[in-house]
Design a protein around this ligand. Structure first.
Ligand SMILES: [Zn+2]
Length: 79
């Protein structure tokens, strides 16, 4: 699995995640100001996303897809 921090500023933080077993890749975005997070995978978009303007609350752990969970586990180790 390849994980990269794509961009970061005071408002947004983007991560790129790609699995080795398939060619699929996803972008996970943290909205720092709103304290929300979103992923562009199917599981998240169709089953988990629950806020009007997209994403879910960062503390709403039950609504995180596996990609978001993965990023949250290693977020502090990525530069
Ligand atoms: Zn996802």
């Amino acid at each position: 699995m390849i994980i990269e921090k794509v961009s970061k500023n005071d408002e947004w933080e983007d991560y790129y995640i790609k699995s080795k077993s398939s060619n699929k890749h996803y972008i996970i975005t943290f909205d720092i100001l709103e304290d929300t997070v979103s992923c562009d995978c199917e599981d998240f978009r169709y089953r988990k996303e629950n806020l009007k303007f997209g994403g879910v609350k960062l503390k709403d752990r039950e609504s995180h897809c596996k990609h978001i969970k993965k990023i949250l586990r290693i977020r502090n180790e990525l530069i």
